[in-house]
Design a binder for this molecule. Sequence first.
Ligand SMILES: Cc1cc2nc3c(=O)[nH]c(=O)nc-3n(C[C@H](O)[C@H](O)[C@H](O)COP(=O)(O)OP(=O)(O)OC[C@H]3O[C@@H](n4cnc5c(N)ncnc54)[C@H](O)[C@@H]3O)c2cc1C
Length: 488
Amino acid sequence: MGVRTGQQFLDRLRLRPPNLYVDGARVGDPTTHPATRNIACSLAGLYDLQHDPRYRDRVTFEEGGERHAAAFRVPRTKEDLRWIGEAHRVRADYSLGTLGRAPDYMNANVMAAGMASAYFDQGEGAARHFGGHMRRYFEYVREHDLCLTHALTNPQVNRSKQASELPDPYIALGIVEETEAGVIVRGARMLATLPIADEILIFPSTVIKENGDRSRYAVGFGLPTDTPGLSFQCREPFDVGRDVEDHPLSSRFDEQDAFVIFDDVLVPWERVFLMYDMTLANQAYARTDAVLHMAYQVVNQKISKTGAFLGVAQAIVDTVGSGQFQHVQGKVSEVIVTLEIMKALEVAAVEGAQPNAYGVMTPARGPLDAARNYYPAIYPRLNEIIQLLGASGIIMMPGKADREGPLGHFIEKHLQATNATAEERLKLFRLAWDLTLSSFGARQNLYEKHFFGDPIRMTSALYEVYDKEPYVRRIRQFLEQPRPVAAD
Ligand SMILES: Cc1cc2nc3c(=O)[nH]c(=O)nc-3n(C[C@H](O)[C@H](O)[C@H](O)COP(=O)(O)OP(=O)(O)OC[C@H]3O[C@@H](n4cnc5c(N)ncnc54)[C@H](O)[C@@H]3O)c2cc1C
């Protein structure tokens, strides 16, 4: 198939709907259900971008006579990486960077893992050919241009206990038994953003600590989201059926989040990538470099998103006529600094790239670790800046129906702006609200803090891996240096 169209994505979703539950009821057809139809259409639009002559060569590539989506490209050179980064940004621009689970993110994961298939052939994976499974999975996902969700963490029942110590050993997802057809798994995982995806990847979680070397919780596999026994319990929708003009982001890009229930699900052998081996499971993201290719997609997406913040911030300033105040300039400059830092980290990640053990040109870890620790910390400030610049304008926003109602002429008169009609002004402020303050905006804030893992443990991980020794040595040498003696 190569590169899918939006219609092909929607057709598959209609024919093979995941077992989704919203507000206590099953979603029969996600392409028409109010909670999911708009995000389904938006994703379809992203697939259609791949066929649009204006974007085709920027977001797809040809290899062996077949066209594929950019994220499936195996980078061999720094130039390849730059091209992939640009494609990530173009695709992120489509949603102002608010789609966290645009297909690119997980497709980068599958590309890196597929190329590192030898990693999965270690231990008992060798006899079971897990490496071949991983490699073929990558080829399958690329061939069909699929989008994936994933779920990494165990339910939040008691973080002071290991999964095996909880009241039921299958609160967390674990292996129940092996059969001729495959492996039976039971339990739940948190938190799958975009549950309308075609497939779910259960890549080994990085937090397994049990006694001994083997754990039923060390497991990696990929499954279609419509697999029997697999269910997705969604959160309350933020797309509440309002007009695009009133809810410019939540009416299009509410990708949903769900916790995933595995009720004795059969994973066919050809979809199993890892079993029982805790060490392999805990190191899978790092050793396959999947985490770096995903982080590279993320840094590019955040560049797109920060650019959107800058655009909204400056448009508000122009609209309100506040650009001459120094503190206003300072706040917009803070957004500029964030944008430039993220751009610089992207460039540094490519400049420092090296081919990994599997021949894949892999962006440098240092700048990407910096980006993924920096952005969650700065993001609340970006939100705050929009709110400080917009002030009451971000809440006093009569909607489309109000503008067309009996007080419409007052709205037109009193809510106009220096450079805009009331309609233009309200559209902008509604975007600012949906980006930072609505349920959708608040969820974006939480998402930025957590989607790549607990920010606290991410900083600890950076502390652990970063080579600080040369810097300490330099300080010791400096302290031991004698005072220079002036020449006679
Ligand atoms: C909007 C949103 C979307 C998400 N989408 C996805 C997704 O698509 N796929 C996916 O896999 N995950 C997703 N996540 C989940 C994300 O991976 C987790 O939120 C993150 O890893 C933190 O885990 P947790 O939420 O279980 O928090 P917990 O681990 O329960 O942490 C709760 C609190 O306890 C502290 N804590 C817990 N354990 C420790 C410890 N060992 N050491 C120090 N402090 C500790 C934490 O610092 C935190 O303050 C999403 C999260 C959000 C909010």
